[in-house]
Design a protein around this ligand. Structure first.
Ligand code: NAP
Length: 279
């Protein structure tokens, strides 16, 4: 039985589907508010990831776990996994980790979670995915008002990752000892600036959307509407000041899964209905 946290999220949801599609048994850990959205083929466990006791209550029969970073009680829950015979943990970490910068709020919670797993957990693999292609769904609010997509960091090219490729890499690491003690950056196939991403999604979905870049000073103010200032600062430093490298394409997907990474056009074609104009 493989435990997956964040089972209704972009990353966790893809991992749940990917494992089920491979015929594996999955216990999907979801918050009480989202449990009904879990893939019906999975066993559902309701837990609060910030409460180590409720995570530990999900461990019966678990042999491997795909875990999200950044939750309180991770030392205790990792020790419990080791004691209860969980053989492998695959931690969903971040490209912010290699900087080692604990003053970056995003980097800090991932760095501390990796350390907790190293210190207290079972055998581990760390996955440090680049930005997921499914973040593109955040454009839909803007597209409800017209065809202009205004995005921050216009000069930063990111090799965005298809969630199914993150899931494929996770499935390999959750079911094999070959990747124990390894930390992998995971990228998509091509570094694309936001304008190029909008062009690709427009072509694949048939929407006449156009890109407009948000200048960096305005981007800070806009991001501040949806996240606390320390995270605004963190993302600014990661993407604009180069504290994280999400531009360099890495071969992890090909090397671990044997398949080429999926493209943004692949993702957008599959999700074209989400971008359809209301009739
Ligand atoms: N998205 C990316 O591009 C990306 C790239 C690299 C790394 N990451 C990392 O991956 C992680 C997940 O990102 P994501 O984009 O998949 O996020 P997401 O779509 O928001 O999913 C988060 C999931 O965790 C669940 N959750 C949150 N708090 C919980 C709690 N206290 N107890 C139980 N479940 C809880 C959410 O359920 P509810 O909806 O019910 O809250 C949701 O299912 C983050 O650590 C992020 O830094 C993301």
């Amino acid at each position: 039985m493989i435990l997956v946290t964040g089972a209704t999220g972009q990353a966790g949801g893809a991992v749940v589907r990917g494992l089920l599609d491979r015929g594996l048994e999955v216990r999907a850990v979801a918050s009480a508010r989202s449990a009904a959205k879990v893939d019906p083929r999975a066993e559902v466990a309701v837990a609060d990831l910030g409460d180590a006791d409720s995570v530990q209550a999900c461990l019966d029969g678990v042999t491997a776990a795909f875990l999200h970073s950044g939750y309180a009680g991770i030392d205790e829950s990792q020790a419990a996994m080791r004691e209860r015979g969980v053989q492998r943990v695959v931690l969903l970490s971040s490209s912010a980790v290699p900087s080692g910068d604990l003053t970056n709020a995003v980097g800090a919670y991932h760095i501390r979670s990796e350390q907790a797993v190293r210190d207290h957990g079972p055998s581990w693999t760390f996955l440090r995915p680049y930005s997921l292609m499914s973040n593109t769904l955040r454009w839909l609010d803007q597209l409800a008002d017209g065809e202009i997509v205004r995005l921050p960091f216009p000069d930063v090219a990111v090799a965005t990752l298809h969630p199914d490729d993150l899931a494929a890499v996770a499935a390999v690491c959750l079911t094999s000892d070959d990747h124990t003690g390894r930390a992998y950056p995971v990228s998509g196939p091509a570094a694309l600036r936001p304008a190029e991403q909008v062009e690709i999604v427009a072509a694949a979905t048939g929407r006449a959307m156009r890109f407009d870049g948000i200048p960096d000073d305005q981007a800070r103010a806009q991001l501040g509407k949806s996240m606390p200032p320390q995270y605004v600062d963190a993302f600014y430093r990661l993407f604009v000041e180069g504290d994280a490298d999400e531009t360099t394409v890495v071969p992890t997907v090909r090397e671990l899964t044997g398949a080429e990474p999926r493209t943004l056009a692949d993702w957008a074609t599959t999700h074209a209905s989400a971008f359809a104009l209301p009739s």
